[in-house]
Ligand binder design. Structure first.
Ligand code: FAD
Length: 350
């Protein structure tokens, strides 16, 4: 089933060059750099030895931008400069404004590569920036072979395609965060880190006519004490078999005892048991935790596409022939309504 087929696809033509300069697009919230941006930086560092990596940090609050720049530099001291763009137009993650910003940064920096994490934000912004730059983007990369050769999953993760980029510069790439772990051995303490080289980008020329075509209406986010699903070390996922929103609370209790996040299949989301930001899979979140517990989940390929790279997979399903057992390291064939209460009783408090 997995990673078996190696496809090879070629895009249009051009030569490769030695010196590489990469612009990584950062995401941040409340003055903190998101983990997925660190993963994008880790991917950028693999593009070659002669590679200068710049990070683009944009928003409307100078304090947040400064704090994000410091965090980035202390986690990834190989960053050669942080480009800071401050404007009310960049307060929200709207593709129109950010794509214009990337165009502006590219015109000034002439980067060979522009990279972003393959998150909702990255997947929204990069294709638009690629259209403005008249290049073809490469999405959801899981491996950097060299500065122009990348591996990406196709057919819901059932095959890996090696793509050689032969287009014009810059080469625009989104990377799958779970495939590029961050090496923390080089990180330096924020307080003692040397001054981060920061360059301010003049954004007065951002094209307002295009930016004003979309308006930010608001954001509804789930407040939770649990870790973020995308970066949690333990994920407890439930499927349609849970039968109701109330029954999903059992998984929440289990997740709390194990210090994990709760995920779900699309069938559970479609049935209204949980909100759709909890969906794991091809059209949901891609996760690769240390431990993934799939409860009442059949193991459809679209679900596997989002979790099969988890380090240890445990499946609980009453059907011993359920496909999820084919990818599970440990399987429990039985009724979840008997197994979960027993697990809850036997597991110690966190
Ligand atoms: P089911 O397939 O109904 O499986 C329920 C399982 O629970 C069964 O294996 C059954 O044996 C078991 N069960 C039932 N009762 C009990 C019990 N009491 N105790 C223990 N086990 C029990 N799906 C995703 O998850 N993520 C995606 O991103 C995604 N994207 C998709 C994209 C496309 C284009 C398409 C076409 C489909 C997509 N799907 C996705 C849907 C996917 O194909 C499956 O339909 C879905 O994953 C099934 O969810 P499920 O396993 O919860 O439900």
């Amino acid at each position: 089933l997995h990673k078996s087929l190696l496809g090879y696809r070629s895009l249009n033509c051009a030569s490769s060059r030695r010196h590489i300069s990469t612009l990584v697009i950062s995401e941040h919230e409340g003055g903190s750099l998101k983990g997925s941006s660190l993963n994008a930086l880790a991917a950028a560092s693999l593009l070659g030895e002669k590679n200068s990596v710049s990070l683009l940090v944009a928003g409307s609050s100078s304090e947040s931008l400064e704090s994000v720049a410091k965090q980035a530099f202390s986690s990834c001291p190989f960053i050669s400069q942080v480009l800071v763009a401050e404007s009310d137009k960049l307060k929200h993650p709207l593709a129109e404004a950010w794509a214009e910003l990337i165009l502006l940064a590219q015109q000034q920096g002439k980067y060979t590569h522009v990279m972003a994490a393959s998150t909702s934000f990255g997947k929204n912004v990069l294709p638009r920036a690629a259209a403005l730059l008249n290049v073809s983007p490469i999405s959801d990369v899981v491996k950097v072979m060299d500065e122009r050769t990348f591996v990406r999953p196709i057919y819901a993760g059932n095959a890996l395609s090696t793509v050689k980029y032969k287009g014009n510069e810059p080469c625009l790439v989104t990377v799958r965060p779970t495939s590029f772990p961050v090496d923390t051995s080089d990180s330096v303490n924020c307080a003692s880190s040397p001054a981060c080289p920061v360059t301010t980008l003049d954004v007065t020329d951002l094209n307002s006519e295009i930016i004003d075509k979309s308006t930010w209406l608001g954001q509804v986010s789930q407040q939770s004490e649990r870790p973020d699903l995308g970066s949690a070390k333990v994920v407890i996922s439930g499927g349609r078999a849970l039968k109701s929103k109330e029954n999903f609370k059992m998984l929440e209790l289990l997740a709390d005892k194990m210090g994990g996040a709760v995920g779900a299949t699309r069938a559970a989301v479609d049935a209204g048991y949980v909100p759709n930001d909890m969906q794991v899979g091809q059209t949901g979140k891609i996760v690769a935790p240390q431990l993934y517990v799939a409860i009442g989940v059949s193991g459809a390929i679209q679900h596997l596409a989002g979790m099969k790279d988890s380090k240890v997979i445990v499946a609980i399903n009453k059907d011993p022939d359920a496909p999820i057992f084919q990818v599970a390291d440990y399987g429990l064939a039985g009724d979840l309504f008997e197994i979960i209460p027993e697990l809850l009783e036997k597991l110690p408090e966190k």
